[in-house]
Design a protein around this ligand. Structure first.
Ligand code: GDD
Length: 314
C-alpha cells in the first residue's frame, strides 16, 4: 500500500508517517516550498506549491497513492485571529486547489482521501448540544473554524458531485510529544521544564483556565485517521474525540503534579486570551466507534507525561 501525506512535517503528519511505515506502507509526503530541507526517515518527500495545478496533477499521476491524508494547513486557532487571510489560504484555498488537481488526475475515482477539519467547525454550540455529535449545525466563530468548515463543505461537494472517495475527520483537541509552541500543553510544558531546570522563577503564565476541552493523544488520532480511510463513508464527517470534558485548569494542575516542581505560582497573561473562546466543548465519539471500532487508548496522564519528557530532552 502507498500513502501520501500532505503536511507530513507537521505535528500529526510525523506521527501518522511513522504509524504507516510501521504498518508496511510506502509513504510519500508533500511539504511546503519554504520548508527546511530536513528528512523524515524512509519517506519520500516532495516540495509542492498548491497553486501549481499541473505539478500536482503530474505528482498524483506519477505517485499513484492508494490513500491520501490531506493534513496540510494552518493549525492554530489563536494565530487565526490575527492572520485571517493566511488561515483561509492555507486551509480552505489550498484544499480547493488540492481537490481540483486531484479531480483532474487519473487516480481521481480510485484514491481514498481523508480531509482534516476540526471541532472548531461547530463553534458556538449550546449546552443542550453537548456532547457534540455530527448532526449539530455548524456555527464556527473563529477564522480557523470558518476555514475548516469550508474544508468540510468542499470535501462533501467533491465527493457528491464527482464521485470522489473523500471522508472528513473532525478531531477535537489533540496533544502529544512534538506539538509546536502556541498550543496549551506545549505552552505549559515548556514553562514547567524551564522552572524544573532552574532557568526561570517558578511562575507560569496562562490564558483562559475556565475553558473545558476534549483531549486525545496525537498517536490515537493518527490511528483513527487510518481507520477512517478504510472504513469511513465517503461524503461523511466523523468526530475524533474522547467524549470527556477536561478544564484547562485541571490540565495545568495535572501537569504541575507530574513535574518535579514543588510549588509554582500561576499568573494570568492577558495576551494569551482570545477575542472569543468557546467555554465548554466535548464531542460524541459514537459514530467513529460504531463505524471503525476506534477508541482512545492513551490516557491523559500518559500524554502529559510524554509531553513533559519530550521538552525535558529538547
Ligand atoms: N495555546 C494556549 N496557551 N491556550 C491556552 C493557554 C495558553 O497559555 N491558557 C489557556 N489556554 C486555553 C485556550 O484559550 C483554549 O481554550 C484551550 O486552552 C486550548 O487551546 P489550544 O491548545 O491553543 O487549542 P485550540 O482549542 O485553540 O485548538 C486546537 O484544537 C482544535 C480542535 O478543537 C488545535 O489543535 C486545533 O488545530 C484543533 O483543530
Amino acid at each position: 500500500m502507498r500513502a501520501l501525506i500532505t503536511g507530513i512535517k507537521g505535528f500529526v503528519g510525523r506521527h501518522l508517517a511513522q504509524l504507516l511505515l510501521d504498518k508496511g506502507y510506502e509513504v510519500w509526503g508533500f511539504t511546503r516550498m519554504e520548508a527546511q530541507d530536513s528528512v523524515i526517515n524512509n519517506c519520500n518527500l516532495v516540495k509542492v506549491d498548491y497553486s501549481n495545478e499541473q505539478l500536482l496533477i503530474n505528482l498524483f499521476n506519477d505517485i499513484r497513492p492508494d490513500e491520501i491524508y490531506h493534513l496540510a494547513g494552518q493549525s492554530s486557532v489563536k494565530f487565526s485571529w490575527s492572520n485571517h487571510l493566511d488561515t483561509f489560504e492555507g486551509n480552505a484555498l489550498n484544499t480547493l486547489r488540492f481537490l481540483e488537481s486531484l479531480r483532474k488526475s487519473s487516480i481521481c475515482k480510485e484514491v481514498r482521501v481523508l480531509t482534516i477539519g476540526s471541532s472548531e467547525e461547530y463553534g458556538g454550540v449550546g449546552y443542550s448540544d453537548l456532547p457534540i455529535s455530527e448532526s449539530v449545525a455548524l456555527n464556527p466563530i473563529s477564522p480557523y473554524g470558518v476555514s475548516k468548515a469550508s474544508v468540510w463543505l468542499m470535501a462533501k461537494q467533491y465527493s457528491q458531485a464527482h464521485g470522489m472517495r473523500i471522508v472528513h475527520a473532525r478531531p477535537f483537541n489533540h496533544i502529544g510529544p512534538g506539538q509546536g509552541q502556541g498550543f496549551v500543553t506545549t505552552d505549559f510544558a515548556t514553562q514547567i521544564v524551564r522552572i524544573e531546570k532552574g532557568e526561570v522563577d517558578p511562575i507560569i503564565s496562562v490564558g483562559n483556565l475556565e475553558a473545558k476541552r476534549d483531549f486525545s493523544d496525537v498517536r490515537d488520532i493518527a490511528y483513527a485517521y487510518t481507520l477512517l480511510q478504510r472504513k469511513g463513508m465517503p461524503g461523511q464527517a466523523y468526530n475524533v474525540c474522547s467524549g470527556i470534558p477536561v478544564s484547562i485548569n485541571t490540565l495545568l494542575q495535572t501537569m504541575i503534579q507530574l513535574s518535579k516542581c514543588t510549588s509554582i505560582c500561576v499568573e494570568k497573561d492577558m495576551s494569551r486570551l482570545r477575542p472569543s473562546d468557546i467555554p465548554v466543548y466535548y464531542g460524541d465519539p459514537s459514530n467513529i466507534s460504531r463505524t471503525t471500532g476506534w477508541q482512545n487508548k492513551i490516557t491523559l496522564n500518559e500524554s502529559l507525561n510524554d509531553i513533559l519528557e519530550f521538552w525535558r530532552k529538547k
